[in-house]
Design a protein around this ligand. Structure first.
Ligand SMILES: Cc1cc2nc3c(=O)[nH]c(=O)nc-3n(C[C@H](O)[C@H](O)[C@H](O)COP(=O)(O)OP(=O)(O)OC[C@H]3O[C@@H](n4cnc5c(N)ncnc54)[C@H](O)[C@@H]3O)c2cc1C
Length: 415
């Protein structure tokens, strides 16, 4: 530990923090990246690996609060709240309900669309400068529906995407679906196919490879835990489990734990976690041609390395309750019934903490301590997708240049 202020400390080495450190370094800054556990040790390790630039709809859709009680009655359904957490999450649910009002929903879609537009371009820039093209699959995504009713309900979403210029194909018979992905149950009668959707071959390795680019260029990384943050007259004081760091600027990219650090400098941000589950199989018994989304069942199936990953679910259960891996088992059972040739022996289960704001938009914003502390967290289901774009925006904020996206909808004070 040193008494000379560090140029800029980036807290959290998930995909957001790693991308941010790399971008800052590329712009001539001298960051110190820190994490209490290591690179990609939490949520960025086990996600589904999708760069889902077409996913612009927030979770809080109009009418969701009418449908939610039905889901919540099923403790293993796609959306659940463990009884032990029901009271604690009530204030967040209230904000979530407000976010589902038609006008706010439309505002969130508009904001997310502009961010995604930027993120897609930023991803290509990141890939060409630092990424490994062999770690990106451009296989598209197939979103499946059972029956006309479910498809009709989803159609406004597809229409909106078409209106936004996103290339989509709608399929209305099982044979057309089988042409893209053989082996699926014929109960899936309808689907939407998005060819411009990509996946990384492995989100953990992707994050690690970006971190290597950073350290190979002389970037510093330390495994320390931040305990406290205090603004001083011309720098920030960062108390860690290994001593005190001084920094001219700090970026908080601590995923689902970020609000605890924001609180230390007086900002109360309604960050919750949507816990998600998955099971990873080292080998795949089916030839997965594309990323599959089982929309009505709240889970996806993606190729990871030479195997596959089955995961999803939203459990509003906070950071401290133990995982309920029965949720992961249910998703695997469903997947097996939808793809009978699937061999589901020997999977590894995992739970991750999606960092989520009630309106499904991240916080990319200066803090109440001004530009000395910049926030970059709360990317929910889309942290991998939005990582390169977020990194560029944070570097703009930190360097005092005008961000290319209107960041008002992503402000820390919007709630
Ligand atoms: C099941 C599931 C599937 C998903 N699929 C996708 C997908 O396909 N595509 C997509 O774009 N997104 C997906 N996501 C979401 C994505 O994984 C997250 O949005 C993203 O990983 C968040 O990244 P992050 O860097 O903000 O947080 P994290 O990866 O959680 O990193 C935060 C880091 O901060 C560190 N930290 C916390 N507190 C401190 C402290 N006090 N001191 C030091 N370090 C600290 C932690 O150790 C951690 O390493 C999925 C999530 C889940 C759960």
């Amino acid at each position: 530990m040193t008494n000379k202020p560090i140029d800029i400390v980036v807290i959290g080495a998930g995909i957001i923090g790693v991308s941010t450190a790399l971008e800052l370094q590329a712009r001539g800054r001298t960051p110190l990246l820190i994490d209490r556990k290591g690179i990609a040790a939490e949520t960025s390790r086990g996600n589904a690996g999708a760069f889902a630039f077409s996913e612009v709809e927030p979770l809080a859709t109009p009418g969701i609060m009418r449908r939610a009680p039905m889901w919540l009655l099923d403790p293993l359904g796609p959306l659940s709240i463990p009884p032990a957490y029901a009271l604690k999450i009530a204030p967040w649910m209230l904000k979530f309900w407000r976010a589902s009002w038609a006008d706010r929903y439309d505002q969130a879609v508009t904001a997310q669309t502009s961010l995604m537009h930027h993120c897609k371009a930023a991803f290509e820039r990141q890939l060409s400068r630092f990424g490994d093209a062999n770690m990106v699959r451009r296989d598209g995504q197939l979103e499946l529906y059972e029956g006309t009713r479910a498809f009709e309900q989803a159609k406004p979403k597809w229409q909106r995407r078409a209106d936004l210029g996103i290339d989509i194909t709608l399929l209305t018979d099982p044979d057309a679906i089988a042409d893209i992905q053989p082996g699926l149950s014929r109960t899936f009668t309808h689907a939407g196919f998005t060819p411009g959707w990509f996946n990384t071959t492995d989100p953990q390795k992707w994050t690690e490879s970006l971190a290597r680019q950073y350290t190979d260029r002389g970037g510093l990384f330390e495994t320390v835990e931040v305990r406290d943050l205090t603004p001083r007259s011309d720098h920030m004081e960062i108390k860690t489990n290994q001593g005190v760091l001084l920094a001219k600027q700090v970026v908080i990219c601590a995923g689902a734990w970020s609000h605890r650090l924001a609180k230390k400098i007086g900002d109360s941000i309604p960050l919750e976690t949507e816990r998600g589950y998955n099971t990873t199989f080292a080998h795949s018994s089916v030839d997965l041609k594309t990323h599959l989304t089982f929309a009505q069942h709240g889970f996806v199936m993606s190729k990871i390395g030479g195997g596959l990953r089955i995961g999803g679910a939203v459990e509003l259960g906070g950071l401290d309750l133990p995982p309920n891996y029965r949720r992961a088992e249910i998703l695997v059972q469903k997947a097996k019934s939808f793809m009978p040739d699937l061999d589901v022996s020997d999977g590894t289960q995992w739970m991750g903490y999606r960092p989520s704001l009630p309106d499904s938009l991240p916080v990319i914003s200066p803090s109440s301590a001004g530009y000395r502390v910049i926030y970059a967290f709360g990317h929910g289901h889309l942290g991998l997708t939005q990582s390169a774009g977020t990194a560029e925006l944070v570097a703009d904020l930190a360097g005092g240049s005008e961000p290319s996206v209107d960041l008002a909808p992503f402000s820390a004070t919007r709630f």
